[in-house]
Design a protein around this ligand. Structure first.
Ligand code: ATR
Length: 284
């Protein structure tokens, strides 16, 4: 890292924030594009999040990513938001413009681009789709699917009321499904996305038989620790196209970097390997 007093400053706020991979991503790009800038972690307690965001212009900080649990607080703190942030009532990327806070949500974009990397016109081939989970990640992915024209989406969640609330909030052809019917919901589905924490290191396994999926289906897991989850291994064994969770993490970072530092940064194998190396160290 090489920066001076003239450096552009951006970062990530979360609570906790120390496990975030975003500094590794943005500082890789800063070095690659030889930019006088720095990207740092800000541990921001949820109860002080509004105060912290409102202070950004006064501190001369150019922008901030926001992660769990502060995305809804960030939405409340903004002077202006983009349509996706408004739809999700959650902001993950803040840019200071003329002393005002502009909020966007790039999670849906990150998901769309990660799939686009594997299959350029995936949206036309992804209906019906099944989404496991109904948290914040599920909401941004459902919004992403809808934006790509995926018309028929089942939301399968352990807590059924949460799936129903998601369907009501986002509208369109969304169907809540009880957790025990998850395999039935896969019948002829063209896309399955896991947004739950199941399968993550230290969490219980995700138990699901993929037999009912359409033969041309895609399977996407947003879990990236481990990088190949059991779900993705099952998909691979069946010859089904799999998309791991690292792509979404890398692509969601691009709009913020561009807004704060200038270049539209590239997501390539070198960056993937740089972040993967860190994920492997974290396991030891
Ligand atoms: P995020 O905002 O990152 O999506 P979250 O809101 O904590 O995270 O969502 C986690 C998801 O994993 C939820 O859908 C959760 O189901 P509930 O809504 O029923 O809590 C799901 N999840 C976590 N542990 C699970 C388990 N043991 N079995 C089934 N689903 C689980």
């Amino acid at each position: 890292m090489n920066f001076t007093g003239a450096a552009i400053v951006a970062g990530i706020s979360g609570w906790p924030v120390k496990h975030s991979r975003s500094p590794r991503i943005h500082n890789f790009w800063l070095k690659k594009y030889k930019i006088n800038g720095v990207y740092v972690p800000f541990p921001v307690e949820p109860s002080r999040a509004l105060e912290a965001f409102r202070a950004l212009p006064a501190l001369g900080i150019t922008g901030l990513n926001v992660t769990v649990p502060n995305k809804e607080k960030a939405y409340q703190a903004m002077d202006e938001v983009d349509p996706m942030a408004k739809r999700l009532k959650a902001v993950n990327t803040i840019t200071v413009r003329n002393g005002l806070l502009y909020g966007t949500n790039t999670d849906a974009f990150g998901f769309q681009e990660a799939l686009r990397e594997k299959l350029p016109k995936w949206g036309a081939k992804a209906s019906p789709a099944v989404v496991l989970g109904a948290g914040g990640a599920a909401r941004s992915i459902v919004a992403a699917l809808q934006e790509e024209g995926v018309s028929d989406i089942s939301i399968v969640n352990r807590t059924t009321q949460r799936a129903a609330a998601l369907c009501k909030d986002l509208g369109g052809r969304l169907t809540p499904v009880v957790w025990n019917n998850r395999e039935k919901a896969l019948q002829d589905a063209k896309l399955l996305v896991n947004t739950t924490t199941l399968g993550m290191n230290g969490q219980p396994a995700l138990s699901i038989d993929l037999a009912a999926l359409h033969p041309d289906a895609m399977v996407c897991d947003i879990v990236y620790t481990p990088i190949e989850t059991l779900l993705l291994a099952q998909a691979r064994e069946r010859g089904i196209l799999g998309v791991d969770g690292l792509g979404m993490l890398l692509h969601q970072a691009r709009p913020g970097f561009k807004a704060w530092f200038g270049p539209d940064p590239e997501v390539d194998e070198t960056l993937r390997d740089h972040v993967l190396a860190d994920l492997l160290i974290a396991r030891e």
